[in-house]
Design a protein around this ligand. Structure first.
Ligand SMILES: Nc1nc2c(ncn2[C@@H]2O[C@H](COP(=O)(O)OP(=O)(O)OP(=O)(O)O)[C@@H](O)[C@H]2O)c(=O)[nH]1
Ligand SMILES: [Mg+2]
Length: 351
């Protein structure tokens, strides 16, 4: 799975709703049984009720297990987000409990059906059905904390950003208010999506543009890379580490305007820190809000304005260039820096 669609995780029913659905379906199934002989009719009805109730329970629970992304298939970045958002251990354990309960429900149904087959009186059929219903209810009761947890976790997970690991990703960083979201909006085709990281109340913007059929994703880092080291907790550090793996290039915005909310010195300190954290990836430093800065101001950075569009197309081309340099498109072409042996012992295609 390359893209986790957190938004498509299905609703989790409340425990009582699962039981209502199961027993409701079972009753309507019983109504369909036709047999003029009461003894046989009741026996068939009771068997069918137990079976369809447990089927509904098992199917419902298993559908959650199937539709929730498997943690092993997730990228490091997504796993770090899940861990920060709801905890990977709980995620795994609670889904495991649902799977266990689905199996239990099927077993209860099997046992009840065997029992009904052996019984010889109508009263016994009813009793066996009631007994099975009681056991099914108590299984659901027993796992109700897990079901409720999943229902709440879904609400949190749905807001996580979805990044496709197989497409390039541009990470936008900088102090608060420097224009990160505005830049993503300005470079995006269409409206950026809004998501959130589990560690901040701020909204993340996710945008993308297409160039030669590749989708270039852009993602905000509010509250993640914009604070001093000391204030970050371990979970945030984990997400930053993972971000380093998923981002192809980092755009660091500096707001050099008089009105900037963070003094330039502080912004530069942050840049130094981010360079330390994101050591493996190219970092492009860009001055934002150029429309507010007098052109005389000396700085070597590229300058952009998300408001007027100044420098945006140059930035886009530069990003595409940096990302392309990072990839070997033709599998038979070695990158420039690849060590080559002398001609007599050429590595590829030599006799
Ligand atoms: N004049 C001008 N204003 C801009 C430009 N880009 C952003 N702004 C303004 O600067 C403010 C902050 O912009 P955002 O894009 O929200 O900044 P941010 O870095 O995403 O802020 P946080 O998410 O809070 O960290 C907003 O009021 C924007 O309208 C620009 O190019 N020119
Ligand atoms: Mg923002």
């Amino acid at each position: 799975m390359s893209l986790v669609e957190w938004r498509s995780i299905p609703t989790v029913l409340y425990p009582q709703e699962i039981l209502d659905k199961a027993f409701g379906r079972a009753s309507s199934q019983a109504d369909l049984v036709e047999d003029p002989d009461k003894y046989h009719r009741v026996r068939k009805q009771m068997t069918r009720m137990v079976q369809s109730a447990s089927d509904v329970i098992a199917k419902t629970l298993n559908s959650y297990v199937d539709r929730w992304p498997s943690l092993n298939a997730l990228s490091e970045f997504d796993r770090a987000l899940v861990d920060a958002a709801v905890g990977c251990d709980k995620y795994r354990k609670n889904l495991g409990t649902l799977q266990w309960a689905a199996e239990r429900a099927q077993r209860i149904s099997g046992e009840a059906q065997t029992k009904i087959l052996r019984l010889r009186d109508i009263d016994g059929f009813h009793k066996a059905r009631r007994h099975a219903y009681g056991r099914l209810s108590s299984i659901i009761d027993q796992i109700s904390p897990q079901i409720l947890w999943l229902g709440e976790a879904r609400g949190v997970l749905r807001k996580l950003p979805s990044i496709d690991q197989h497409e390039p990703c541009i990470v936008v960083a900088g102090s608060p208010n420097v224009g990160k979201s505005a830049l993503i909006g300005a470079l995006s085709t269409g409206e950026p999506q809004v998501a959130s990281y589990p560690f901040t109340t701020k909204q993340i913007h996710l945008g993308h543009f297409t160039h030669r059929r590749r989708v270039y994703q852009m993602v905000d880092t509010p509250g993640l890379l914009d604070r001093p080291m000391g204030e970050r907790n371990q979970i945030e550090m984990q997400a930053i580490a993972a971000l380093e793996h998923s981002g192809d290039v980092l755009v660091f915005l500096l707001d050099r305007t008089e009105q900037s909310s963070t003094p330039l010195d502080e912004q530069k300190n942050l840049l130094t820190e981010v360079r330390g954290l994101i050591s493996e990836r190219p970092i492009l430093v860009v001055s934002s809000k150029s429309d507010l800065v007098e052109s005389e101001v000396e700085d070597d950075d590229a300058r952009i304005s998300s408001l007027t569009g100044e420098g945006l197309e140059e930035l886009r081309s530069r990003l595409i260039e940096i990302i392309a340099a990072d990839q070997v498109n033709d599998p038979l072409t070695l990158p420039d820096h690849w060590p080559r042996k002398d001609e007599n012992h050429g590595p590829i295609g030599s006799p």
